[in-house]
Write a protein that binds this ligand. Structure first.
Ligand SMILES: *[C@@H]1O[C@H](CO)[C@@H](O)[C@H](O)[C@H]1NC(C)=O
Ligand SMILES: *[C@@H]1O[C@H](CO)[C@@H](O)[C@H](O)[C@H]1NC(C)=O
Ligand SMILES: *[C@@H]1O[C@H](CO)[C@@H](O)[C@H](O)[C@H]1NC(C)=O
Ligand SMILES: *[C@@H]1O[C@H](CO)[C@@H](O)[C@H](O)[C@H]1NC(C)=O
Ligand SMILES: *[C@@H]1O[C@H](CO)[C@@H](O)[C@H](O)[C@H]1NC(C)=O
Length: 280
């Protein structure tokens, strides 16, 4: 009897810890429905003690952006069954008030215990939801065929190299060719041949230490999303790290696409309308 009770307990522990793609897909679909309807209660898999933030400030989930119905023109979700986490990219471009929103969720026992959104709109870094939607529509983010999938470590390392390079110009970033970076709505590939363009490192910082990296890695999609604090992004905030998400699509160990969502405190990040340094 001792044996079977023990086996049962072990099985129960395994089951409760098990995190599947189906579970996370369902939870993120419900998140998108909730944002569409402006009803956070449409999200059923949320822990009662959930921590909910927008641009790294604690917000009441019932009164934040989720309380506002939004017409979502594009959504993309990546799923991490190892960390039991997800990241969703939402674009609202064809509405009076456009938004680009990134949302990272962490789950424990099948419920979201952390939901952190970066909510960007006019005045945020390079913001242009029309551009975000347009350039996105030209990209191909199909699941990676099984025999071509990179390991979790390789995918994450490519994203990490990008940020390590911010503080050390000797770091080799595995840029792919072609490669394109979409920042707020500005595209490195604009006006270029998208089949051969590279993510030029021109304009990359050389002495910035990003803080607090948090990951979502999806091997099936070949994607790592890194949340981080970006010191100096908003010129009015000194070295205060700004809320930032970078999503990297990795193919054959190399960076194919980068999508960023970066929040400013002061509209225009204190650059007085001179615009962010987008490589041309
Ligand atoms: C929140 O509840 C979950 C169970 O749903 C538990 O694992 C977690 O430790 C709790 N977190 C806090 C901060 O109390
Ligand atoms: C998310 O996008 C897919 C197409 O990529 C679409 O089929 C689906 O309906 C969208 N989900 C919602 C809730 O809008
Ligand atoms: C936003 O992006 C669209 C599509 O690339 C472009 O036509 C438009 O000029 C951009 N708007 C601004 C203000 O840059
Ligand atoms: C950033 O670069 C400086 C100068 O090389 C170095 O002293 C420092 O340790 C680096 N910081 C990190 C976190 O890598
Ligand atoms: C923006 O304008 C303010 C006020 O004129 C000035 O103090 C600041 O240095 C300017 N910032 C940049 C990045 O030009």
């Amino acid at each position: 009897m001792f044996y079977s009770a023990f086996a049962y307990a072990a099985l129960a522990a395994t089951v409760s810890a098990h995190c599947t793609r189906a579970l996370l897909k369902d939870a993120t679909d419900k998140y998108i429905t909730a944002q569409t309807n402006g009803q956070s209660s449409d999200m059923t898999a949320v822990a009662s003690n959930v921590t909910y933030t927008e641009n790294e400030q604690k917000v009441d989930i019932k009164t934040g952006i989720l309380a506002q119905p939004l017409k979502i023109d594009h959504n993309r979700t990546i799923i991490d069954t190892t960390l039991c986490a997800s990241f969703t990219e939402l674009i609202v471009a064809k509405s009076e008030h456009p938004y680009v929103i990134g949302t990272r969720m962490l789950f424990t026992d099948h419920k979201a215990t952390l939901i952190e959104s970066i909510v960007t709109d006019k005045g945020d870094w390079a913001f242009n939801a029309t551009g975000y939607l347009y350039w996105n529509s030209l990209e191909k983010w199909d699941p990676i065929p099984k025999e071509k999938r990179d390991s979790r470590a390789v995918i994450q390392a490519a994203g990490d190299a990008y940020f390590d390079r911010f503080n050390d110009t000797k770091i080799i970033v595995p840029w792919g060719t072609p490669c394109a970076r979409l920042e707020g709505g500005a595209y490195t590939g604009a006006g270029r041949d998208l089949s051969t363009d590279t993510c030029t490192p021109a304009g990359m910082p050389s002495s910035i230490v990003v803080t607090n990296r948090r990951y979502v890695v999806d091997e099936e999609m070949g994607v790592v999303d890194i949340y981080l604090g970006f010191p100096g992004l908003d010129r009015t905030q000194g070295q205060l790290p700004m809320p930032d998400s970078h999503m990297f699509r990795i193919e054959g160990g190399q960076i194919r696409y980068v999508h960023t969502v970066s929040s400013c405190v002061t509209p225009g990040c204190g650059m007085n309308g001179t615009g962010p340094p987008i490589p041309t």
